[in-house]
Design a protein around this ligand. Structure first.
Ligand code: SF4
Ligand code: SF4
Ligand code: SF4
Length: 347
């Protein structure tokens, strides 16, 4: 994994960090009591707000669950109508998930290709969202990103590979993207020519989408729901009906979460092919991060880099606008900057 560097997560400073210039001035000399009972700061804290949004989106993405919970046909009918007008979003969320009303752009793109359709609408919606908002979907919406964020929360000292190792590891997701798209294109052409049966047999579980068997969202929101789960001692034998591949997928999902405890967003940074695609189109996004040169003190401070879950070397980018394909607009850097120097830029 390369040479690791331990960096403090500075979680304990979260409530005291300024979110705006006004906040900087208002908390210059707070008393201990004022800090402890800073209810306003607690409520408007960007990080807490993002956690709430992330949880709400996990429920929203799987909104049919409300119908299942309450058993009301009206709720299910409402989401069915709503789902028809929603575009796919630049996250990973399987099209096939039984409780889903929102699908991920990358998942849908692969599925449409392997069905013999060119994904005009999916591609168009994805490019528009990414070029305007950047990878906001990755930072605030994607359930796999959310699971990793929650897995890493209890760890105060995050591990980070040396820059050279990080650079090499980031390339892996590009390789996975190329392999995945090659398989999808192969199946697409064979489907159009009517000769897809043999290729589908050869690719097996990779035929519908080359990424699905390793896609944590597909495994959690689709495959987990397809198997018989033992809910009592009498039904423990259900475990024996689970296939080897499914067990391996469970181990993989467990590893994604477990490793995230030490390495924040490691799946996003190194493995996710959707993340590579989204980064490609969001690099020059209209909305992004910049630093105020009058406030930033890069020679004596590196707090933003220490807390960045995507391990971006923020200080190496121009002050005006940080055009990084890896930025997921989580705003952790903004909420932790001691000088209030991080700003959201529209350019
Ligand atoms: S990079 Fe992370 S947050 Fe973005 S789509 Fe992939 S898993 Fe989701
Ligand atoms: S942006 Fe803030 S946290 Fe980052 S180097 Fe500048 S002052 Fe430090
Ligand atoms: S640069 Fe800031 S907004 Fe972008 S991923 Fe890192 S912490 Fe989040």
């Amino acid at each position: 994994m390369g040479e690791d560097t331990e960096t403090p997560a500075a979680e304990e400073e979260e409530e005291e960090m300024p979110d705006s210039e006004e906040d900087v001035e208002s908390i210059e000399t707070p008393t201990e009591d004022a800090r402890r009972f800073n209810i306003k700061g607690l409520l408007i804290n960007i990080r807490m707000f993002r956690r709430i949004v992330q949880v709400l989106f996990i429920l929203f993405i799987n909104a049919y669950i409300f119908g299942a919970w309450f058993g009301q046909e009206q709720i299910t009918a409402f989401w069915t109508e709503f789902a028809k007008i929603l575009p796919t979003l630049p996250i990973i969320a399987p099209l096939e998930a039984p409780l889903a009303v929102i699908a991920g752009s990358f998942d849908t793109l692969n599925r449409e290709l392997t069905s013999g359709f060119f994904p005009f609408f999916t591609l168009g919606a994805m490019v528009i969202i990414l070029t305007i908002l950047g990878r906001v979907g990755c930072g605030w919406v994607c359930p796999v990103g959310t699971f990793q964020d929650f897995a890493t929360l209890p760890k105060r000292n995050k591990s980070r590979p040396a820059p050279g190792t990080e650079k090499e590891l980031r390339r892996v997701k590009l390789y996975i993207f190329v392999i995945t798209m090659f398989m999808s294109a192969w199946v697409a052409v064979s489907t159009v020519l009517g000769t897809d049966e043999s290729i589908r047999n050869a690719l097996g579980i990779f035929a519908d989408s080359g990424f699905n068997p390793l896609n944590p969202a597909y495994i959690i929101f689709y495959e987990f729901l397809q198997w018989n789960w033992p809910f009592s001692i009498d039904t423990l034998w259900y475990f024996s009906t689970w296939g080897t591949v499914f067990w391996l997928q469970i181990v993989f999902v467990a590893l994604v979460l477990a490793i995230s405890y030490w390495y924040p967003r490691w799946f996003c940074r190194w493995l996710c092919p959707a993340g590579w695609l989204y980064g490609f189109f969001s690099r020059d996004a209209l909305v992004g991060i910049g630093r105020n040169p009058a406030r930033c003190t890069p020679d004596t401070c590196s707090k933003c880099e220490e807390v960045c879950p995507m391990n971006i070397r923020i200080r190496r980018f121009p002050y005006q606008h940080m055009y990084s394909p890896d930025c997921i607009m989580c705003l952790d850097c903004k909420s932790h900057c001691p000088n209030g120097a991080i700003e959201i830029r529209f350019s």
